[in-house]
Design a protein around this ligand. Structure first.
Ligand SMILES: [Zn+2]
Ligand SMILES: [Zn+2]
Length: 91
């Protein structure tokens, strides 16, 4: 599949890892109240946004930084699923 943000082409796992490393800024993360976190990813092709809660792991205020990569992995997994479902696998 093709990276939705640039020209990179490769197997899903390769594109997924590339998204996490290169396009991590596309994932918005924020906290609500005491330690509840949410992330949001918008499809660059149609603008559809996916938003979900991330399971908190304690009250560590550094949670966002510590788990930013993990959250990105989850968020981009959602994005790839969306792209396959809505835009076809060969993009
Ligand atoms: Zn890319
Ligand atoms: Zn889309």
């Amino acid at each position: 599949m093709r990276c939705p943000y640039c020209e990179l082409d490769g197997p899903r796992d390769t594109v997924h890892g590339h998204l996490v490393e290169t396009h991590g800024d596309a994932v918005e993360t924020w906290t609500i109240g005491s330690g509840r976190m949410r992330y949001r990813i918008a499809c660059p092709r149609c603008g559809a946004a996916h938003e979900a809660r991330v399971k908190p792991r304690g009250q560590d205020p550094a949670f966002l930084d510590t788990f930013a990569k993990e959250i990105r992995m989850v968020a981009f997994d959602m994005l790839i699923n969306h792209i396959h479902a809505e835009h076809g696998s060969e993009i």
